[in-house]
Design a protein around this ligand. Structure first.
Ligand code: NAP
Length: 257
């Protein structure tokens, strides 16, 4: 096997690449040699990032995409040649008691975090299958794909569904040489939650519950995405893999032997 971390000769579409985790993944994929297409709504930001990547000698382009619009998804998917790697990162969040969600908030979260990514994966995946070169599909789930935490009910509905979709597509598309996995990031500081992590109580709390006692950074998620996009992940499919400083598997207690 060649360099298992090389994406040379591959084309990657990162949906939700204008900031945060998606931008870190796009940067790592471009650095690993993939021709990387950064997609999201903020086309100016994407153009700036893509230009910065090209200055590094990497191959990158920008693509306008609103996953809340079927028309935008269709136009974006049809504007591209078949891609080898699809990373579904786009997402939004809302934290409130279950009984207070409005129907509009529910619809909006479902559309952005689930329905749009389903449509995009149908369109891009169909072309991946037709191209006959195999491929890699990576969903960005969440700890809410595998755990329950309060005030995240609707977000959890969407992230649980993405994890299940990854497993079913892994089964359906394995015969085409397509591996499908889901990364479940833990507590990663980005625009999505920066305000919440400014409360010192949150940092105190994480020291008490997590093996690695600090929140993560977007750059902590990108290496696994590159690995899952490359040749080294040929036999890894249908998995939900947490990158969470140990939150979902470890505990911390004051006992001293
Ligand atoms: P972020 O900084 O807010 O980034 C969200 C990304 O999604 C942006 O690039 C945004 O681009 C894009 N996006 C949002 N709505 C979109 C739409 N309608 N169409 C196209 N793109 C859209 O948040 P992040 O923390 O990096 O989150 C990225 C993903 O990781 C999300 O799915 C999130 O649920 C997941 N996640 C995050 C954490 C965490 O702790 N941060 C933990 C677990 C999972 P535009 O606004 O330019 O469209």
């Amino acid at each position: 096997m060649d360099n298992i971390f090389s994406l040379q000769g591959k084309t990657a579409l990162v949906a939700g690449a204008s900031r945060g985790i998606g931008l870190a993944i796009a940067e790592a994929m471009a650095a690993a040699g993939a021709r990387t297409i950064l997609a999201a709504r903020s086309i100016d930001k994407l153009n700036t990032h893509a230009a910065r990547f090209r200055e590094q000698g990497w191959q990158a382009g920008a693509l306008a995409l609103d996953v809340a619009s079927s028309e935008s998804i269709r136009a974006a998917a049809e504007s591209l040649d078949p891609v080898d790697i699809l990373v579904n990162v786009a997402g939004a969040n809302l934290r409130k008691p279950f009984e207070q969600y409005t129907r509009q908030e529910y619809d909006s979260l479902l559309q952005t975090n689930l329905h749009g990514l389903m449509e995009l994966t149908q369109r891009v995946g169909s072309r991946m299958i037709a191209a006959g070169r195999g491929g890699k599909i990576i969903f960005i789930g969440s700890l809410m794909s595998i755990l329950g935490l309060p005030y995240l009910s609707v977000y959890a509905i969407t992230k649980g569904a993405l994890a299940q979709l990854a497993k079913v597509l892994a089964a359906e598309w394995g015969k085409y040489g397509i591996q499908v996995n889901c990364i479940a990031p833990g507590f990663i500081i980005t625009d999505l939650n920066r305000a919440m992590w400014q409360d010192p109580k949150m940092n105190e709390w994480i020291r008490g519950v997590q093996a690695n006692p600090v929140p993560g950074k977007p750059e902590d998620i990108a290496p696994l995405a590159v690995f899952l996009a490359g040749a080294g992940s040929r036999y890894i499919t249908g998995q939900v893999i947490a990158v969470d400083g140990g939150y979902s598997t470890t505990g911390v207690w004051p006992f001293q032997p």
